[in-house]
Design a protein around this ligand. Structure first.
Ligand code: NAD
Length: 271
């Protein structure tokens, strides 16, 4: 069951339109962010990976009074062309883009990174999790003549080693670098590009990582706040980055992980 919270409602995103990429079900981080953006008045076009997901995503989209759903497989240029063309036809321009997409094969997300990373697995992880962000940013920026805000989702595995995270950690490091370079390129057009580094959360993606559940337990027990990363916190940070509240912030990676990233040595029992 997805975490629920009292969504702060208001007008921070009133009159703003944008694209959210990466809702797969009610537990998706992209969905938590979408609910918060909608509660602050945003209008959202959702892209989804394929037909099987449409059935799951449509009721969610309709539950917040939205209707625009566009198929987009980020590995397929024609599909991305058609998706952004559809948004252009509908709105002409947009104000924000949320990229919340990643993938690596199960075989890669276990054991030894050195042993288990194949050329094809590496290529696929980087294509879906990193190139897609660069590609979507370029396409979104073309629809942002008045400036805008773009964000993606990353994880501590980009900065430190995490068991089983392996090639995805390598991809997230590249994604964080891509965030800074995109921020550099698009900043002069008034487009802010940032990332949220979330602590481990119970989603489909986490289930693909061997031992993923224990990442959540450790993330909670070792964190400064001694609690799980909340969807409320991640969605609130996304609202901050995508709304005028985030003005002057660009090229940033914000940790929303109950302070886990700041721990060098966890609490130890007294000897
Ligand atoms: P999720 O499985 O709900 O979302 C992943 C999304 O990626 C899905 O909607 C899936 O359809 C999409 N996707 C995969 N391949 C695609 C393709 N070829 N074309 C289009 N879409 C594709 O899981 P999530 O945890 O919400 O993941 C969202 C983002 O958050 C990812 O970047 C993930 O790495 C990141 N993240 C997750 C956690 C966590 O613990 N769950 C922590 C930090 C960062």
């Amino acid at each position: 069951m997805a975490e629920d919270w009292n969504l702060p409602a208001g007008d921070l995103m009133k009159g703003k339109r944008g694209i959210v990429m990466g809702v797969a079900n009610q537990n998706s981080i992209a969905w938590g962010i979408s609910r918060q953006l909608a509660a602050q008045g945003a209008e959202i076009a959702f892209t989804y990976q394929g037909e099987t997901l449409e059935r799951r995503v449509r009721p969610l989209v309709e539950s917040i009074g939205m209707e625009t759903m566009i198929p987009a497989d980020v590995t397929d240029d024609a599909s991305m062309d058609a998706a952004f063309e559809q948004v252009k036809d509908k709105w002409g321009k947009i104000d924000f883009l949320v990229h919340s997409i990643a993938f690596a094969g199960k075989d890669e997300l276990q054991g030894s990174m050195v042993e288990n990373t194949t050329r094809e697995g590496f290529r696929r992880a980087m294509d879906i999790s990193v190139f897609s962000f660069i590609d979507a940013s370029r396409r979104a920026a073309a629809l942002m003549p008045d400036g805008g805000s773009i964000m993606c989702m990353t994880y501590l595995g980009a900065e430190r080693t995490v068991p089983s995270y392996n090639v995805m950690g390598v991809a997230k490091a590249a994604l964080e670098a891509a965030t800074r370079y995109a921020a550099r390129d698009l900043g002069p057009q008034g487009i802010r590009v940032n990332a949220i580094s979330a602590g481990a959360m119970r989603t489909l993606s986490l289930a693909g990582i061997k031992g993923g559940k224990s990442l959540m337990g450790t993330g909670r027990d070792w964190s400064l706040l001694k609690e799980d990363t909340s969807m409320e916190g991640v969605a609130g940070c996304a609202l901050y980055l995508l709304s005028p509240l985030g003005r002057s912030i660009a090229g940033e990676v914000i940790h929303v992980d109950a302070g886990y990233h700041a721990v060098g040595v966890p609490d130890m029992s007294e000897d």
